[in-house]
Design a protein. Sequence first.
Length: 570
Amino acid sequence: NQIASLKRVVNAYIYLNRFDKANIMLEILEMFSDKYRDNDIDYFIKKSMVKIYLKKREIEKSLDILMNARKKYLNNKYISGEINLLLGEAFNKSYNYKKALSCIDKAIKCFRKYNNREKSAKAFVIKGDILSNLNKYKKSNYFYELAGNIFYELGKKDKIIDVLINRGVQSELMGDYKDAFCLYIKAAKQSRDIGYYEGEIDSYMNSGIVKRKMGDFSNAIKFYEKGYLLSKEFGLEHNIIKFLINLSLLYDSKGDYSQSIKYAKQSLKMLLKTKDSHGIANLYNNIGTIYWHLSKYNRALDNYKKSLSMFKEINDIPSIAPVSHNIGLLEMSMGNMTEAIKLFKDSYNIYMEENNYTYVISTLKSMGLLYLRKGDFAKSQRYYKNALQYVHRTDDRFEILGLYIGISSLYLETGNLQKAYYYIRRTIAMLKNPRLNWYKGYIYLNILQYHCRKRNHYFIKKYIGKFIESPELLGDKELMCRYLIMIGKIKMDFDKIVLHKSGDEALEEAIKIAKKNNLLFFEAEAYYHLAMFRKREGDKEVFKKNLKKSLEIYKVIGNKKKVKLIKKYI
């Protein structure tokens, strides 16, 4: 009875992230193990240590214990199955998905042989997690449903709730926010009915996240508050930190960056006490993005670099990739193209090693955009085409839509209107998915540019009207700059079209926004088109002055085509 009670206490402390207390209990259990030479107690201690290391993200230590345990219990087929289950979880957390799937399949085979349905269901859940990390959301859902059916037959109500939440996450990742929200609410109700507060807290957190993605910020805050209060009531500090981080992300999405940074710093203060290196590094990455949105580029870069050095310190190679990508995007925005391409290639190599094709597409897309801004259309096309070959390997429509928008922009720049129209049509078809609404402004701008090339007055007026009626479409500064430059170009090319701004006003506003937000490419573009505007008006002095300003910036960016063209004009 003492041993059974100690085991329950250990599990409770591990759940609460009280690893110091759990270790004290494990030391007492070790005394029992030495006294009675009990393999069952010894195995429980090893299993508990693995759980602690997995939670602390000390994956190498957990793998060492498991590899030694696998040798020790080689003749015990059932325990070997359990070890393979834990190895699958550990390899999944170390992003080694191939080994993770191999171990989980061995565990499933073992549990089926011994007819242990509960362990089989647990293995199905972990297999679902691995497939989700590989962006195979439909396959992932299939294994979650298998696990849910077994838990239902066994009457494991808490496990059914966990599966409902996992299924909701898959729907959310596929962009079906409505279905995801329904599953989270169902999970919250069932959790309340059986007093499963952990499930209720997780359901509220996920409901808040999906409401944030839907743009329903007031309801998102209500769900976060419910979960936060429950976490406080039960003293779940790790959940309190998660809610603060999610509130920070919410205010960032809302554009209230001062509130966003406040919650991020609050959660960082708490995280630093836990010494969770992975969590702290992730949060520095988030803070870097908030400072970028605040146009505080040096602070953004400092936080990104802190994040990168921490991930390198703990040798978390897969987490290095997204931070390198973020720094690359920031460097590209500031015109440091050589540094940006180096960082993009670093993240691309890591994603290729992981077979993470969603982010392979994302990185290739960024490289395509970089060369598009440099005016090197052949290289841009090569990277975009390379990204296209991975489209069938992911269920992530968000990255695929971003890729199609990039390709249509490239064909518009090169004047290949037939191919541009083909990809524009594909982007319009994908807009039915509410998760993809973030891209709506970019799609409308490409449509507007297409009709400008076709000189179709009716559609030019129609799509300018869409932006005037829905200013939220111009959600970010880059998009606003592109729109204002487009207005300037339309005013030059189509005198008869009446616009809400004059051409020079729009271009001067674009220059101000680009300067303030360090958007060098758009600053150069705005100066160039303003110069053309002044030339048409006969103001040669201002024409040359603006042209020289654009020339200086194009040289920094490395856009040789524009540099050559401007030198001819001068």
